[in-house]
Design a protein. Structure first.
Lengths: 735, 179
């Protein structure tokens, strides 16, 4: 967020861009012929085409505007439930992704040593032929299970399908073990279903919202932020728990600036407060609760005064906030969060959040957590995947992490390093920058040394791409079809992604890459359709909807079904007991705590500060920093330091420093933001910056990478997620 | 005759800068420049803090110093909505208006003329809101006729506490911030 004056903004932007006047000229790129046909009525010279966004994971429906055949702007689709007609800054800035000067333009093959970033341009035929040959060699020597896939985003669908059809069984995305996984498992263990995306929270009708470290508004989860703003306008009390005075905290009635890592103490004390003061929903617990008495006995010792000491916030504040949210039940939400992999005990913290929601009886209630509904769209008949003899080692089947229900990226990496239980010899990395997304860059580099093949398919030359043997340039979402989106929400919906402009260079859509590769791998029959028009139209028409209408409207809404008790929903819980599990026999049977316990996390060594990280509204992960529109808004990240700390260390606002962590890892230089908005023992930065791939010219060495400083991490033994807030840093003054 | 203005609810604004991007794409603002921007004002000391987040732009003042100082008449008050505009082909790029504007709302376009917010008059004439208003995910901006006592903007000004920027400058700004 720009805190500097406009004059300063201009100065910084001009300095960073050099030839800004030249860069103002977008290259000339024509639309696709069929896209123009699908266009709706608009002012002369302007055509509009709906498609859904991929600037983040929220998948908002938008409408692309072309002016004289060139991509002009991208606006929200009023028919779409995720955008409700309004996009976030990244969606609005999607135009910049198409015009990004740093995009990958043609397939590249490594020349010279791996990681040295030296390339030759090759044809698609040569690149895919090379990959197929290497993959088949790995299969012959080690078995298909030795070829792993890392994938992220909506474009992954057919890449995953092609590889699975060939025999790949180990596949994972950082969206699970490096993001929301612990939350979904914590809720699954409690309510019998994970949270899912978008989070089914009835913020629109809630009377109280509690955010545990969630920085809504800085994470621009579009429709959720829209409802958050409505709640603020309705003067709904918001309670924010965060070591930092986040934007959400600035809107809050109660801000609890807890010491980082003490959230579980607070949650346990709140649960105890609700139980001892009789403020929980007794009827709900009696009807739907399992093991409540054992749970109540377990949490008895966790008093508000004890939590106040752990969290370093006043007991009265904890008590007042707890009584406030309890008084609004069931229309109170304790937000489950999203990027929740903080300290390695995140499943238990998420379970504590789930249990607190359980005590409030807000499950399936208006103003609480609704039960999301989907849409039925017929599948396209595709051949079955081959049987596999060996078990998955990525955590989803192997018993490394008993409650993991998706692949674990770091488990694949571990096996690649150790060769156990069997060797992993190839990585296909689709649309994820593992160098920043996974903890410990050193371990990723170590694993890469054991590979016979490393393929990276992406739109931009990420740090991960820098290590590849072959780089495949993907199209942006504005230039391709993808699988149909079938979403869960208040009402189920389906949304179409269709190309609105042609790819500017020799980039190809992920589905095309998958289909060509499948053919070269000898599994061409796995994608028995000519193109995505044929595939998508078959699915849509078979489901009784009009393909032509979907192409012009972008969205199909399902019939509304009850999502709350108020609407006539009957509550069901798919846990072993069929009830909300206040006491978890499942966890106990595997040797874990049946009710969350508080573990005290290590404090920062003298002279060091705990590093926490979060999101900015204008960037997504490490993949938007070169987008000219978004780069303009935020070219670097800053390290937030309390003013008193800055004074003590002699740090000036806006000066460059480097950060050194407990393992001696030194960051790229980063500017200091001296502020009252953070605890003295904590520093904060937005992650995704500090790029080191020289091909990312616009973002190269701009800011520091939070991922790069995450060399010391803890793994959640319950489901395998890896922590991001377990590092401490000191400052190195720049020369 | 209308007198167009904006009422912005700082309580709802999260400072996401969507208004900035929307303006840039809508109006082909050259890269590195902007016609609107976000300011955050933090007050107090930890943990007793308040913060106001504002989407700022040209205030389309009722008493615009940028107009009275312009030697060529390029900087003028448009008849439509009394919006303050710059006629590019009359502008000699002397920057007198930039010096006169207390809000730092103007910049030199790479093509040599002075550029700034137009309230998206091309959209307003089609019956639409300015791009920044219609894109905002928090619905924190309201646009309308300040001379119409029944307009939504006047209704908000009647019922909510509000302020303008640098009222002491005597410019009589037409962007109002609800707090």
């Amino acid at each position: 967020m720009a805190q500097f004056t406009r004059r300063r903004f201009l100065k910084i932007s001009t300095a960073s861009l050099g030839a800004s006047a030249v860069a103002a000229q977008w290259p000339s790129i024509g639309p696709l012929a069929h896209a123009a046909q699908a266009a709706q009525a608009a002012p002369a010279g302007v055509t509009t085409i709906p498609t859904f966004c991929e600037m983040c994971f929220w998948r908002c429906g938008g409408i692309a505007h072309l002016r004289d055949g060139k991509l002009w702007k991208f606006e929200g689709n009023p028919k779409d439930p995720q955008s409700m007609g309004r996009l976030c800054p990244r969606g609005t800035g999607a135009v910049g992704a198409h015009y990004d000067p740093d995009r990958l333009r043609q397939p590249l093959m490594r020349v010279g040593e791996r990681g040295k970033e030296q390339w030759k341009a090759v044809s698609w035929d040569e690149a895919l032929g090379f990959i197929a040959e290497k993959m088949n060699k790995i299969k012959a020597e080690h078995g298909a299970e030795s070829m792993a896939l890392f994938n992220h985003g909506f474009g992954q669908r057919f890449i995953q399908h092609a590889l699975k059809s060939w025999g790949t069984i180990n596949y994972a995305g950082p969206s699970y073990a490096q993001c929301r996984g612990a939350r979904d498992v914590g809720f699954q263990l409690t309510f019998g279903s994970g949270v899912g995306s978008p989070e089914p929270l009835d913020i629109k009708n809630t009377d109280c919202l509690v955010l545990i470290g969630s920085h809504l508004g800085e994470n621009m989860h579009n429709s959720q932020v829209q409802e958050f703003a409505q709640a603020i306008a309705r003067k709904v009390p918001v309670i924010v728990v965060d070591p930092r005075f986040s934007v959400a905290a600035s809107k809050a009635k109660y801000w609890l600036p807890v010491k980082a890592g003490t959230d579980v103490a607070l949650l346990l004390a709140w649960m105890n407060l609700l139980v001892t003061e009789g403020r929980y929903d007794k009827a709900f617990v009696q009807q739907y609760g399992h093991g409540f008495d054992k749970f109540a006995a377990e949490i008895k010792g966790y008093t508000v005064e004890w939590a106040a000491e752990q969290c370093d916030v006043p007991a009265e504040l904890i008590r007042a906030a707890g009584r406030e949210f309890a008084s609004h039940r069931p229309a109170t939400i304790i937000h489950p969060g999203r990027r929740v992999n903080w300290y390695g005990d995140d499943t238990q913290r998420s379970r504590a959040i789930a249990l607190l929601n359980g005590l409030l009886g807000n499950y399936g209630r208006m103003g609480g957590m609704f039960v999301a509904q989907g849409i039925k769209i017929a599948p396209y008949p595709l051949p079955k995947y081959p049987e596999h003899a060996k078990p998955r080692l990525d955590g989803a089947e192997a018993d490394i992490y008993p409650f993991a229900d998706e692949g674990i990226t770091t488990a694949i990496r571990d096996a690649t390093i150790s060769g156990k239980p069997y060797p992993i010899k190839g990585w296909f990395v689709y649309s994820t920058n593992l160098m920043q997304a996974l903890p410990s860059e050193a371990e990723t580099i170590k694993a890469i040394q054991n590979l016979d093949l490393l393929v990276v398919c992406d739109t931009l030359p990420s740090e991960m791409a820098g290590w590849a043997d072959v780089i495949l340039p993907d199209t942006t979402f504005l230039e391709r079809h993808d699988e149909l989106l079938t979403g869960f929400g208040r009402t189920g919906w389906a949304a179409l992604r269709q190309p609105v402009v042609a790819a500017p260079h020799d980039q190809k859509p992920a589905w095309w890459i998958a289909k060509q590769l499948a053919e070269k791998l000898g599994v061409g029959t796995s994608m028995p359709f000519k193109d995505m028009e044929e595939y998508l139209s078959a699915r849509v028409e078979k489901s009784g909807h009009s393909w032509a209408k979907l192409k012009t409207e972008g969205v199909i809404m399902a019939e509304h079904k009850p999502i709350t008790v108020e609407e006539g929903l009957a509550l069901e819980f798919a846990t072993p007991s069929g009830k909300v599990e206040f006491w978890s026999d499942q966890l106990a049977a595997k040797g874990f705590d049946a009710v969350p316990k508080y573990t005290r996390h290590p404090e920062a060594p003298a002279g060091m500060f705990r590093l926490i990280s979060g999101r900015a509204p204008v960037h997504t992960f490490s993949r938007t920093q070169t987008n000219p529109l978004l780069h303009d808004l935020m070219a670097d990240n800053e390290v937030w330091v309390h003013t008193a700390t800055a004074v003590k260390l002699g740090l000036k606002n806006r000066e460059y420093v480097k950060l050194k962590n407990q393992d001696g890892v030194v960051s790229n230089r980063i500017r200091v933001k001296a502020t009252q908005r953070i605890r003295e023992d904590t520093v904060y930065m937005v992650y995704g910056f500090g790029h080191t791939n020289k091909m990312l010219k616009t973002a190269y060495l701009r800011g520091a990478s939070a991922g790069g400083l995450n060399s010391s991490y803890k793994t959640d033994p319950i489901m395998g997620s890896t922590s991001i807030h377990t590092n401490f840093v000191s400052f190195i003054k720049e020369v | 005759m209308s007198r167009l203005g904006m009422v912005i609810d700082t309580r709802k604004c999260v400072g996401c800068q969507d208004c900035v991007v929307a303006c840039q794409t809508e109006n082909d603002v050259p890269q590195g420049f902007c016609r609107d921007w976000i300011t955050t004002e933090v007050r107090g000391t930890f943990p007793q803090l308040t913060m106001e987040i504002r989407s700022e732009r040209c205030n389309h003042c009722d008493n615009p110093p940028c107009v009275s100082c312009c030697p060529t008449g390029a900087s003028h008050v448009e008849a439509f909505g009394k919006v303050v505009l710059v006629t590019a082909n009359k502008c000699i790029g002397c920057k007198a208006c930039i010096a006169a504007c207390p809000y730092d709302a103007r910049y030199v376009h790479p093509e040599g003329y002075i550029d700034k917010c137009t309230f998206c008059l091309h959209r307003v004439k089609e019956g639409k809101d300015p791009a920044c208003v219609s894109v905002c995910p928090t619905h924190c901006m309201h646009f309308g006729d300040l001379d119409d006592p029944k307009s939504a903007v006047n209704e908000l000004l009647r019922t909510r506490r509000h302020h303008t920027l640098l009222p002491e400058a005597g410019t009589r700004p037409r962007i109002f911030y609800l707090s």
